[in-house]
Design a protein around this ligand. Sequence first.
Ligand SMILES: [Zn+2]
Length: 122
Amino acid sequence: MSTPEASIDTSESEVRHAALLRQAPLEFARVVYGLSDRSNGRAGTMAAEDVARTVRQGTPVTRERAEQRARAYLPTAGQEHCPRCWVFNGIKSPLLFRETTEDRPESAVCKVCGAEYTTTLD
Ligand SMILES: [Zn+2]
């Protein structure tokens, strides 16, 4: 509100948050695919493996919980956390932001699960 710099920061984090918020329902969809793959004997798919890893870590994965978490996902400026870890596991893993380069737009990377998200909206 006060300085031009502050307003630039705000809009940057708003774009990041809007981009990350779009990922939460996609991660919920991965949970659904993963659970369905596992029950249909396709344990080797990426989504099934993500579910299996979460279960190995001691967290039961259910469609209901994942859906609740996907709805509750809310990134905080400066403390953005990984949509995948949150929806699958209920843990808040910090995201690291990679600067834009000539080859690629800015992205957010999770060191815990390895997820990478583009944080631009186009
Ligand atoms: Zn993660």
